[in-house]
Each structure stands twice: as structure tokens, then as C-alpha cells.
Design a protein around this ligand. Sequence first.
Ligand SMILES: Cc1cc2nc3c(=O)[nH]c(=O)nc-3n(C[C@H](O)[C@H](O)[C@H](O)COP(=O)(O)O)c2cc1C
Length: 185
Amino acid sequence: MTSERPRIAIYFASRDGQTRKIVERLAEHLDRRGVGATVTDLAASVSTVIDAEADLVLLASAIRYGFHLPPARRFLAQLRTEVPETRIAVVSVNLTARKPGRQTAEGNVYLRNWLKRTGLRPALAAAVAGRLDYPAYRWFDRTMIQAIMTLTGGPTDPTTVVEYTDWAEVEALSEELAKLVKARL
Ligand SMILES: Cc1cc2nc3c(=O)[nH]c(=O)nc-3n(C[C@H](O)[C@H](O)[C@H](O)COP(=O)(O)O)c2cc1C
């Protein structure tokens, strides 16, 4: 942790690509802020070697039917045995985060439950809104998500495609991450 350029190792689990897009954007912003970032897809291999020497390890995962994707949940269990939680950050990508006040560990139900269930107290936890793409979903998924949207006041028109991700929030998040690792040098 004494190198001049701090480093964040980012690991992500994504099904439809939005979480990948978000972490790639984060990595670009971090690079511009003088922080090196590596990005690893957890679905690419059965076991992942953790860069435990990084100044911070960021785990980002999409939500499906109330849960973070299995590769992310498995990875977190491994991560906790190798890296102290003061050097762990988590980002949850879901549609609930499209609403005001739902981007924090307190305000976002998935993030809150994840931290509660695991007892993890990471250095940073945030929720970022993902993407809604009805035409891309199978009938079952589309019907389920339409039902959720009916309950939560979102769009139900099956032709709707909306990228809810707030890219300014993603940039602000990169600034917070950069501050975290720079403070430790
Ligand atoms: C089958 C399915 C189930 C989902 N379940 C939830 C959910 O329970 N809560 C929620 O907020 N978002 C839910 N979403 C929205 C996803 O979290 C959102 O589309 C996100 O952008 C997906 O990330 P990915 O593109 O990286 O896979 C669901 C999406 C799909 C396709």
C-alpha cells in the first residue's frame, strides 16, 4: 500500500451488462483521478484470485429477484477471509435505486439486507440504478417485473427500455472511492 498510485481492484457480477457498464465507467473516472483500477468479471471463471494487496477491493453486483447474483455472494464469502472489511467496498445495481433516497445502505432495501445478513461493515456501500429493458426479457421475467413496477409506480408498457443509471452519481462515487484510497497513502 505504499506505491504512489493507489489501486482499486473491482470485481463484478452482471447478467444483462449494466453492472459491467457501470464498473467500466467507474474505472475510467478513477484512472482520471490518478487511481489505478482493474476490472474482473466474476462469471468468467469458477474461481477468482483476489488481489488482496489492492488498496481497496470493490464488489459490484446486479440484483435479480431480491438477491445479488450468486457469483457475487460466493466471492464476498471468499473476500472476507482475505481482505479486512475496512478495505472492502460494495455496489448494488438494481431498479429500486431509481428512486430518490434509495442509493444508500440505509435507504436501499437490497443493500441494507445484504449488509445485515452478512454482518459486513464495508468502507463504502452504495446502490446504483440499473436498466429496464422489457423487450429483452423472457415472458416470465417481463411479467414479474411488470408486477413489481405496478406495485412501485414504474413503467409497465412492455416496449419500455430505460437506462435509469445516474452517470453523475457514478462519477461522484468514483470521487468518493478515490478519496478513500488517497487518504490511506
Ligand atoms: C429477471 C430480473 C429480475 C430482477 N429483479 C429485480 C429486483 O428484485 N429488484 C430490483 O430492484 N431490480 C431487479 N431487476 C433489475 C436489475 O437489477 C437491473 O435490470 C440491472 O440493471 C441488472 O443488472 P445487469 O445488467 O448487470 O444484469 C431485475 C431484472 C431482471 C432481468
